[in-house]
Design a protein around this ligand. Structure first.
Ligand SMILES: *Cc1c(COP(=O)(O)O)cnc(C)c1O
Length: 368
């Protein structure tokens, strides 16, 4: 028997959450963002569940090719574009759209002899990226026209889209960079391309959920598909359902007296006599090591708390008041019945990180 920890992937929840992304997007098409192994949910499962998506977007070249091998014929987009000259013939061959965010990438397209590898009709669809203040990827609005001209001069390139990425769409009036300023800069880039027949893609999950007024031809929905919140609001307040439930079992129970400690570093000291359940789940499974005493967990469906430091293969939980708790009892670490964002908060992180960090040794099991 394998160790009793599994991540159940709820395919119907993925579909339900996709529908919510579509509703908020209005007439926009939806890129389902499936980078990082579909935020830890398994790329193949996500592709299976999201057959209705208009396109799939990710950052891994090998993942994009795998999507094609899975039989996906609709658009696939590399959100960071390609990284090396050798990627260029691959994206042409597999008809993978690419973001282009810097002059070095344009130079690679100019130099590429990919047409020789893939036939004279090869065409690479490019999504031109604007830096609207995040200062990671993209051309400044004032440099967009030159980048566009250089790209359109390449015979095998078609610029299809202008895209941007919000730095803080969950925090509209952030004094460091208000949302309105990011939109103004994007508008500047749009103006610079006046007359060009291209589409626009602005919104991630936060902008999609919170700012229906932002007009997109394509929205890019990531975390919301997986039932996580992009900000402070509860995911359930948007009608989102968890797409992953991480479950394990109690593998031991310890009775401790008042004054005894539990786990490494003896961080937790029992104030009274307690029953402690030992769960087969630790940081080597992706459970956050920074989770504090009091982090929520479900045992036999009842909410209780983690106590003591997270170790590599185990955590310890308070089952004093859960009378039927025994070896073999089901423990929910997050998912159905326990929002991943609640666990993330107790570990000073975000749901995104927890999902993506589910370890290889945890078996992913798909369920309708
Ligand atoms: C990851 C990513 C997204 C999705 O962001 P969420 O907050 O998960 O919705 C959208 N756009 C780009 C460019 C990304 O890299």
């Amino acid at each position: 028997m394998p160790r009793p920890i599994t991540a159940t992937i709820h395919l119907s929840a993925l579909r339900h959450n996709y529908d919510i992304a579509r509703q908020h997007g209005g007439t926009a098409k939806v890129w389902a963002v499936v980078k990082a192994n579909a935020y830890g949910h398994g790329l193949a499962f996500a592709v299976r569940a999201l057959q209705d998506a208009d396109g799939l977007a990710l950052v891994e070249v090998d993942g994009a090719i795998k999507i094609r091998e899975l039989g996906w014929t609709k658009p696939v987009l590399l959100l960071e574009g390609f990284f090396h000259a050798s990627d260029v013939p691959l994206v042409a061959q597999h008809q993978i759209d690419v973001a282009v965010h810097c002059n070095e990438q344009i130079a690679l397209l100019e130099q590429a002899e990919f047409a020789a590898d893939v036939g004279a009709g090869a065409l690479i669809r490019v999504h031109l990226k604007v830096n609207t203040g995040m200062n990671r990827l993209g051309f400044k609005p004032g440099d967009i026209a030159a980048a566009y001209q250089r790209l359109t001069a390449i015979k095998a390139v078609q610029v299809v889209d202008l895209m941007m990425h919000f730095a803080n769409a969950d925090d509209e009036f952030n004094p460091g960079l208000p949302l309105a300023e990011q939109l103004r800069r994007f508008g500047q880039a749009q103006t610079a391309l006046h007359g060009a027949k291209i589409e626009f893609s602005l919104s991630n999950s936060a902008a999609n959920l919170l700012h229906d007024e932002i007009k997109n031809d394509w929205v890019r929905a990531g975390i919301m598909l997986y039932g996580g919140s992009p900000g402070a609001a509860q995911a359930s307040s948007f009608g989102l359902l968890p797409a992953m439930t991480l479950r394990s079992e109690l593998i031991a129970i310890q009775d401790v007296e008042a004054g005894e400690s539990v786990g490494y570093g003896s961080r937790f000291v029992a104030a009274k006599a307690m029953r402690i359940g030992v769960v087969a789940c630790g940081y080597a499974d992706g459970y956050p090591r920074h989770a504090v005493d009091g982090t929520p967990v479900l045992v036999n469906g009842l909410r209780t708390t983690m106590v003591g430091r997270v170790s590599m293969d185990m955590i310890t939980v308070d089952v004093t008041d859960i009378a039927d708790a025994q070896v073999g009892s089901v423990v929910t670490l997050w998912g159905q019945g326990l929002p991943i964002d609640d666990v993330a908060r107790a570990a000073d992180t975000i749901g995104y990180e927890l999902m993506c960090a589910v370890a290889q040794r945890v078996q992913l099991v798909a369920e309708e």
